[in-house]
Design a protein around this ligand. Structure first.
Ligand code: SF4
Length: 140
């Protein structure tokens, strides 16, 4: 079964309208939404062709952490962990790094694929730690 799913391209903040062609629950093609007020029937290469990742078996769908003998170690193998374990680990790392090196020792690098509200909360989080070191991938 094939259907057209109207959506907004998530690749950048422009917000082009896309008609995703979905067959049996999988994206098989993408077309620019006709008469969309942002892109007026056009798409850039990312919006037109950048959809294979959605069905990739390599896509991360659960939190993973490298562990050796049950604890984090960058030389370890990736293991599936809970979100709670990741949050606790990150909170400890943030706190210990800021305590040892000061707030300017941490920085946040967000994504242009996140929405404005998520990016707002993201920068707010880093500024609350005392760091103004915040950027995102659209500047690369
Ligand atoms: S199609 Fe291109 S320009 Fe439009 S939102 Fe997607 S990435 Fe941005």
């Amino acid at each position: 079964m094939e259907e057209i799913v109207k959506t907004t391209c998530p690749y950048c903040g422009t917000g082009c309208g896309i008609d995703l062609i979905v067959r049996n629950g999988r994206i098989v093609d993408a077309k620019p939404s006709k008469d969309h007020h942002v892109n007026d029937g056009e798409l850039c290469l990312k919006g037109m062709f950048g959809w294979e990742f959605v069905n990739s078996p390599k896509r991360l769908s659960r939190p993973m952490m490298r562990k050796l003998n049950g604890v984090y170690d960058k030389r370890g193998e990736l293991e599936e962990v809970s979100f709670e374990e990741v949050y606790d680990f990150l909170a400890d790392k943030f706190k210990s790094t800021v305590a040892k090196y000061g707030p300017n020792s941490i920085m946040g690098f967000s994504s242009a694929r996140s929405n404005n509200e998520d990016n707002y909360v993201f920068q707010k989080f880093f500024r609350a730690q005392g760091s103004n070191n915040v950027d995102h991938c659209a500047r690369l």
